[in-house]
Ligand binder design. Structure first.
Ligand code: PGA
Length: 251
């Protein structure tokens, strides 16, 4: 049984004050949560504030991206060592907004995953097809290729990798994939992971769905072979995010 995982991706939202207010409210709401791992990925500027607020809770901290080098002349970048220093346990890698808006390549994503694993940060590798690719019947092919390239030469296991299936057309659009689509993709991802794993059967990697997840559609994904969600918009309010966490906990 793969434990449930719910990750908040705040993207470019929240000041330090807003982060503190969210954390205060969310800690109170989530007191009874024991089975589900909850990770909050604030912007870099609010990591320290979130860390201070979450210290006495089980809620984990993550980052939304990182560079693959430990240090150097990379203006504007943040390294794995700096993320660990800031209290991060997880890091989102290859989010479609970085692939499509920032021109992130499969090679860069692979370097980032390699660096994260080497530093004991858990990478949350995001994969997913565009609407055009889905309509052309290429969704499975695209996701398989993203996994193959992103995970090249990575010695992954159940404890050092998370995969998030996020169809690009469902992110921030209010249009979510159906539970059936997500279930089909989950099966394909598990089969790819099995083929890519050099040392035997597919490890029990947590698999998340992301793309317009809300409390009223999340149950659909819980029925499939998904172990949780990567939540954008609905993670910005403590109560709407908690509703999703509660559904996961009660499942
Ligand atoms: P959304 O974002 O929930 O707002 O669609 C999800 C994500 O981009 O990770």
């Amino acid at each position: 049984m793969i434990p449930s995982l719910i990750i908040a991706n705040w993207k470019m939202h929240k000041t330090i004050k807003e982060t503190e207010a969210f954390c205060r409210d969310f800690i109170v709401l989530s007191r009874g949560i024991h089975k589900t791992t909850v990770v909050i990925c604030p912007p870099f500027t609010a990591l320290a504030a979130a860390r201070a607020c979450l210290e006495s809770s089980n809620i984990q901290l993550g980052a939304q991206d990182m560079h693959w080098e430990d240090k150097g002349a990379y203006t504007g970048e943040v390294s794995p060592l700096q993320l660990i220093d800031a209290g991060c346990r997880y890091v989102i890698i290859g989010h479609s907004e970085r692939r499509h808006l920032r021109g992130e390549t499969e090679e860069m994503i692979n370097k980032k995953i390699t660096a994260a694993v080497a530093h004991d940060l858990i990478p949350v590798l995001c994969v997913g097809e565009t609407l055009q690719e889905r309509e052309a019947g290429r969704a499975g092919h695209v996701v398989a290729l993203q996994l193959e390239k992103g995970l090249q030469n990575i010695n992954f296991s159940a404890g050092n990798l998370v995969i998030a299936y996020e169809p690009v057309w469902a992110i921030g659009t209010g249009v979510n994939a159906s539970g059936r689509d997500a279930g089909e993709m989950a099966a394909l991802i598990r089969s790819c992971l099995g083929k890519l794993n050099p040392s035997g059967p597919a490890p029990k990697i947590p698999l998340l769905y992301g793309g317009s997840v809300k409390a009223d559609n999340f149950a659909e994904f819980l029925q499939e072979d998904m172990n949780g969600a990567l939540v954008g918009g609905a993670s910005l309010q403590a109560d709407s995010f908690f509703e999703i966490v509660r559904l996961s906990e009660d499942a």
